[in-house]
Design a protein. Sequence first.
Length: 230
Amino acid sequence: MTKVLLVEDEEAIRKFVKINLEREGYDVIEAGSGEEGIEKAMSEEPDIVVLDVMLPGIDGFQVCRELRSEKESLGIIMLTAKSQDIDKILGLEYGTDDYMTKPFNPTELVLRIKSLERRIEGNTEEKEAESILEFPPFKIDTYARRFYKDGVEIELTPTEYMIVKLFLENPGKAIKRDEMLNLVWGYDFIGDSKIVDVNIRRVRAKIEEDAAKPKYIETVWGLGYRWKTN
Ligand code: CA
């Protein structure tokens, strides 16, 4: 059962979201502050954290940074009250998998959590024999859900992992931003395709020797990105 930690100081919203998620079969843990959120993330080991940005004390950004430094593979969805937070939420340092602007429809939150679950699982439908793809210096093991460069594992967030997997399964193919939103996020993203660009930048920072001169992930101007094959 997927465990979701809900970090939100407004009790009414927390209860409402909890009821909706439990109805969908999720195991929901609640935290009413950033401090409690960090503590429960450590003790309860959730798969996904739904994190309100506006919290008293430690805010959602700080919580996100703390959680990412502990566990890259954690799924994080941020809730924001103000549209001007979007740029910050999509900031490179936080590594948010998705975000929603309040007020939001709980059905939509459920859809996004389901999409994130697929990223966390990495679509492990493949047979074990077919699970390893090698593009020296890279190797992806989709069965173990691990990614390596020169034999050293690179830790990726659920979203970054799906992006890398998509590239390695389609080397040389120009992938449009919209297509990537669809294939990685799993639905027509109502927001901004900026979330694609930010995640690409994060992946580049992790895998390229020089992220300013990418050798592996090429930008296809006006379209999207391509995994370079020589
Ligand atoms: Ca709040």
